[in-house]
Design a protein around this ligand. Structure first.
Ligand code: NAD
Length: 306
């Protein structure tokens, strides 16, 4: 009999991590939400370990955003009591008693690999580690990990906003134990209320490969035809029955930095694909990312925030 998933942790308290933590709390689960200690703290701030203190500013900020988010991430604001915050320098050891850790840190292979190396030394044998990566290969993320760790590792790819998007894509690696996949399938369906699809360990799996392809095709077409984001969204929104997820609105929701990582990953990986050119990121989007016009998580992106 496999152990029930009760104690959950989410690492990375950004757009996705905070939404995933909120949805776990919606399912009545205790969640520990961790992020890094912010860089450039003063000496006094470095000692401030209170839950809402300077060392936990990123994770506490993520929780705060989830509480205030529109559409609401929590079924009820009181569910936020199930989420405790911390940071990966002070609190990683706590995970020795946890059943499930979802990794939702930035989409950088080196950062994820370093985190998994640390988790391998701490987690109990039954704990599952699930990455919310948008499309990094399991094979690459698991470089250097033990067989035991790989057995309990899979991709659990949520869609944004987590509470509302029914789809949950699960991707197992060649070493993932089928019993691990089954535990997460049941957890995803029964506890989280998601509809599960199984992807393969291919570049950007299924959901993102299709989504980013569509978005990139629209961007290239827009450039060619001199359309504005509003022109495009007026067509891809209400008329196509996506009132809340028209093309460029979705780009702002996802975050342009994440979007560029996903498109670049497809471009780099699909070297033999005749449609590869569509994934080439236009220079103006790279400039927007450099200038921190990342979408809703900053001052705006394709649209001004507010
Ligand atoms: P984000 O930029 O909003 O948040 C990333 C968070 O990770 C930040 O709070 C950052 O401080 C933190 N972080 C960075 N390094 C860390 C480390 N070593 N330890 C702990 N925390 C660290 O990004 P996001 O949009 O939430 O994306 C997170 C993951 O989810 C990525 O892998 C992304 O590809 C994936 N994803 C994103 C979306 C989306 O719509 N944005 C959808 C599905 C999957």
């Amino acid at each position: 009999m496999s152990k029930a998933i009760r104690r959950t942790a989410v690492i990375g308290a950004g757009v996705m991590g905070s939404g995933i933590a909120a949805h776990f709390a919606n399912a009545g689960l205790e969640v520990l939400l961790l992020d890094i200690v912010p860089p450039n703290l003063t000496d006094a701030e470095k000692k401030d370990t209170r839950p809402g203190g300077a060392r936990n500013r990123f994770s506490a900020g993520g929780l705060e955003k989830a509480i205030k988010s529109r559409p609401a991430a929590f079924f009820h604001k009181s569910n936020a009591r199930l989420v405790s915050v911390g940071n990966t320098e002070d609190d990683l050891e706590k995970l020795k008693d946890y059943d499930l850790v979802v990794e939702a840190v930035i989409e950088r292979l080196d950062v994820k690999q370093a985190l998994f190396a640390k988790l391998e030394k701490i987690l109990p044998a039954h704990a599952i580690v699930a990455s919310n990566t948008s499309g990094l290969r399991i094979h690459d993320m698991m470089t250097g990990r033990t067989e035991a760790f790989k057995k309990n590792f899979l991709v659990m790819h949520f869609f944004n906003p987590v509470r509302y998007m029914k789809l949950l894509e699960l991707v197992a690696g060649p070493d993932t134990d089928p019993a691990t996949v089954e535990r997460i399938r049941r957890f995803g369906e029964d506890a989280l209320g998601k509809g599960i699809v199984f992807g393969k360990d291919t570049p950007n799996f299924v959901g993102n490969r299709i989504g980013v392809h569509a978005m990139m095709a629209v961007i290239h077409q827009m450039l060619q035809d001199g359309l504005t984001p509003e022109d495009v969204d007026n067509i891809t929104g209400v008329p196509l029955a996506h009132p809340k997820s028209a093309s460029f609105r979705t780009g702002d929701l996802v975050g342009l930095d994440t979007f560029v990582h996903v498109a670049q990953n497809c471009f780099d990986s699909l070297t033999n694909d005749e449609d590869r050119a569509v994934f080439e990121v236009p220079a103006f989007i790279r400039t927007m990312v450099e200038k921190k016009f990342l979408g809703d998580k900053t001052k705006g992106g394709f649209y001004r925030k507010g």
